[in-house]
Design a protein around this ligand. Structure first.
Ligand code: ACO
Length: 460
């Protein structure tokens, strides 16, 4: 059976109430975004004063539209919204997005409750108010008024902040993280985080779910949706500090609540708490392309001792173990290393390490049942050969047979300058999870470990 939000994300017909010829207005941008979408559907501009907008026939009101409307975007001043919602209900519209601001976020609770009452007496599903809408990159539909074209991928993002949601589109593009859907939930009058988690859990185009939240309205439903979700759920929860919580209430009109309670609840439900949105993208990149870690034992390979120690500390601080090498692996690594150095974990390949040392030692750790995940690092020191390091990473990560046989994640990290940066861009664009800091690498490995634990729990 199809999920009830299927017609919300993949509507066959869309009307824009408040569509305008004026290119500075939101109703113009929203209509334009639908028209430039690579998506087949009927489109109906609604405006009482126009006959045609952007070359399409315009209707005076929703009831004039022939046939069914599956989604309505509303971009008229807040005080007219209750009337438009009544018209939506009369027309038996399936879904609506209220872009308009001026509701509870502005202290206008009465107006928001009026809209809520109309919704509750019908079957319509409503996003917002005070929302940017959504972009469904997987199907090519843009039901938002904001610009920005996401790279297509498998991360679906839910944002309580519209502006941050837009920023995340650009950041994801820069980080080569592909988006399936991105949606601003606004004041969550009806469609809430838990509805969307449920939808994305069964959505074939979504592999990882990410959220930016300031507060949840129904804690139990939120937790249950994460618990029931068969995919990793990454959560950035803002308002941790007292000052942050104060800022939350003036931003979206919501109460941030006790951070400790949120933290424990997210963990208990099986979600992964991220410190910020950069960390969310780091973790998403790892989860998108790498198998989960079956345990917390990590093998580290480096050409710089210092970076190896930093990685070890970062792993330890995140509950990841960096165990001694097994005698069998010790022997294998001993043959790979130059005579003067002895194997350890972290394995120091020495500054001049090239393709062979990196590739052979990674392979040895893949074959070691005592190791659940591998971090491969390079410092651009005097003798270092970044091209050989990146070549080895690319080979190991791309070799599908290795993934199928060993099912172990490989992450990479580096410290260096411009030459390295260009090579790293190539790796990132090929989907390789590579990070410019030992901490970010360890946190991403933690996400893979937590995902491994979640899957084990699911299979019990
Ligand atoms: N049915 C259809 N259209 C109507 C109706 C009606 N009953 N009544 C008026 N209209 C038309 C108007 O005539 C106008 O069209 P026109 O340009 O041809 O005259 C159009 O609807 C829009 O109405 P305006 O009164 O011009 O309103 P405006 O476009 O200036 O503002 C808006 C409306 C955008 C909804 C504004 O009130 C608002 O809330 N802005 C903030 C939106 C926002 O930021 N949302 C949060 C997003 S999240 C983030 O931060 C990114």
């Amino acid at each position: 059976m199809k999920h009830e939000l299927e017609t919300f994300f993949k509507p066959k017909s869309i009307a824009v109430v408040g569509a305008s010829k004026n290119s500075t207005k939101i109703g113009n941008a929203a209509l334009k975004n639908i028209l430039i979408s690579d998506y087949e559907c009927k489109v109906y501009p609604i405006n009482p004063h126009e006959k045609e907008i952007l070359g399409i026939k315009c209707y005076k009101k929703l009831s004039d539209v022939p046939g069914e409307i599956e989604l309505v975007l509303i971009s008229v001043p807040a005080k007219i919204v209750p009337q438009i919602m009544k018209e939506c209900v009369q027309k038996k519209v399936k879904n609506a997005i209220i872009i308009s601001s001026g509701f509870s976020e502005a202290g206008n609770n009465e107006l928001e409750n009026e809209v809520k009452d109309i919704i509750e007496q019908s079957k319509i599903r409503v996003l917002g108010p005070n929302t940017m809408g959504y972009k469904n990159a997987a199907d090519g539909l843009d039901s938002s008024f904001v610009f920005g074209v996401p790279r297509k991928g498998i991360l679906s993002l839910i944002s309580q902040s519209g502006a941050l949601g837009i920023g995340m589109i650009y950041l994801a593009n820069n980080e080569f993280v592909g988006i399936s859907k991105i949606i601003g939930v606004g004041n969550k009058i009806d469609i809430d985080d838990d509805d969307l988690i449920d939808y994305f859990a069964q959505d074939n185009d979504t592999k990882v779910i990410g959220l930016y939240i300031e507060a949840v309205k129904n804690g139990r439903a939120f937790m249950n949706s994460i618990k029931a979700c068969n995919k990793p759920v990454l959560v950035v929860k803002a308002g941790k500090s007292e000052a942050g919580a104060r800022a939350t209430s003036s931003h979206t009109g919501s109460m941030a609540g006790s951070d400790k309670i949120y933290d424990a609840a997210i963990k208990q439900a099986g979600g992964i708490r991220c410190r910020d949105i950069v960390e969310l993208f780091d973790m998403a990149r790892a989860l998108a392309g790498q198998p989960p870690a079956q345990g917390n034992r990590i093998g580290i390979i480096t050409n710089g001792g210092g970076l190896g120690i930093l990685l070890t500390d970062a792993c330890d601080a995140n509950g990841l173990d960096v165990p001694k090498l097994s005698p069998k692996t010790y022997k294998k690594i001993d043959k790979i290393l130059p005579d003067l150095v002895k194997p350890n974990n972290p394995i120091d390949l020495v500054a001049d390490a090239g393709f062979y040392r990196y590739e052979a030692s990674t392979r040895a750790l893949l074959e070691d049942p005592n190791i659940n995940g591998i971090i491969v690092a390079s410092v651009h020191g005097g003798y270092a050969r970044p091209r050989e390091f990146t070549g080895a990473i690319l080979k190991m990560i791309r070799e599908r047979k290795l993934h199928e046989e060993f099912k172990k994640p490989i992450l990479a990290t580096w410290v260096g300058g411009k030459e390295f940066e260009d090579l790293v861009m190539d790796l990132k664009s090929a989907g390789v999870p590579i990070y410019p800091s030992s901490w970010r690498t360890a946190r991403s490995m933690l996400a893979l470990y937590m995902e491994g634990k979640r899957i084990k729990r699911e299979m019990k």
